[in-house]
Design a protein around this ligand. Structure first.
Ligand code: FO1
Length: 311
């Protein structure tokens, strides 16, 4: 069976681990979000691609959900000793190697999709990981404070400010010119089923859907989504701050309506959200907490079962 999944960071990566164990013989293609990408100290960092690669490849810091296990921060400390900014983004020594390889290959003219393929040769994530686009995109957030109204990088809003300043606008810079990376549309067209993990619907799934041609390709397929909101609150991360920024209520119903029935055919919700309904969408309520690998695999299996009923 050929599965395509759109994924963002921590939640998406953890769900994919469950999907792999729920469908061990499936060929899984992951379309990764690159809106979180940022250049730091001259190095290109792709947080969501790395989180999927490390999580599925066995290198992730499990408790943090991002970055490498057994990490050290000597380079970060040395950079700080030189007064280099920013110091609010925790880049570890092992993680730096990934960004050096990526930056060197990008500098040599390789597209991000080939860089990602090369990095995955080491990590063997067990899925094909393709960035949503080889064209540069970045999510920026418009905020206002004593310095006035300005756009800052998503990572600064997310990591330094912890979303403490309301996001007046969330913009995917570069979206107008970004095209799907090679293989993205073909993978969707050839898929037997498409699964949307409980990633952030605005800055992870939402950004991928803004790349021209991806949403159109998906509407022709059977798509089953897993609600990222349980009982009116996100399980982790700050999906609520992002949803508020785009005027969407933080609920499984509102997120489903935001995605739309033209995109979503099946929607998994938590039992406390069993009342969710939308014409043209099959809604199934079940436990959605990815509390451990078995629970996550069960959610993934339920998504695949629902997709099976719909095709
Ligand atoms: N998240 C944090 O909350 N603090 C950090 O210092 C941080 C550093 C970091 C470094 C590399 C990387 O791949 C991810 C990192 N993240 C950090 C997570 C990242 O900001 C988010 O996971 C995604 O960008 C949002 O999904």
């Amino acid at each position: 069976m050929r599965i395509v999944s759109l994924a963002g960071g921590i939640g998406g990566a953890r769900f994919l681990r469950g999907l792999k164990s729920a469908a061990p013989d499936a060929k899984i293609t992951v379309i990764g979000n690159t809106g979180d990408d940022i250049t730091l100290f001259g190095l290109r960092v792709s947080p969501d691609l790395d989180t999927v690669m490390y999580t599925l490849g066995g290198g992730i810091d499990e408790e943090q959900g991002w970055g490498r296990a057994k990490e050290s921060h000597v380079v970060k400390e040395e950079l700080a000793a030189y007064g280099m900014q920013p110091q609010w983004f925790g880049l570890g020594d092992r993680d730096f190697a990934t960004h050096i390889v990526r930056t060197q290959m990008l500098g040599a003219g390789f597209p991000l999709s080939q860089v990602t393929e090369a990095l995955c040769t080491r990590w063997q994530p067990g899925v094909r990981l393709i960035p949503m686009s080889d064209d540069r995109t970045e999510t920026h957030v418009v905020v206002s404070d004593s310095q006035g109204r300005r756009a800052i990088h998503f990572q600064e809003w997310w990591v330094r400010l912890r979303a403490s300043l309301p996001a007046e606008e969330i913009v995917l810079v570069g979206a107008d010119d970004a095209r799907p990376a090679p293989g993205v549309v073909e993978a969707i067209q050839e898929a037997d089923v498409v699964i949307l993990p409980p990633s952030n619907p605005v800055v992870s799934i939402g950004t991928i859907l803004q790349v021209k041609g991806i949403r159109e390709a998906l509407t022709a397929k059977t798509v089953v989504g897993v609600s990222p909101i349980i009982g009116g609150a996100p399980v982790r991360g700050m999906a609520d701050a992002c949803l508020t920024a785009i005027g969407v209520e933080t609920s499984a119903q509102a997120v489903l309506e935001h995605y739309g029935a033209d995109l979503i055919d099946g929607w998994l919700v938590a039992e406390e959200d069993a009342g969710v309904a939308l014409d043209g969408v099959r809604v199934v309520a079940r436990p959605l907490l990815m509390s451990d690998p078995e629970a996550t695999a069960a959610i993934a299996r339920a998504a695949l079962d629902l997709a099976g009923e719909l095709t």
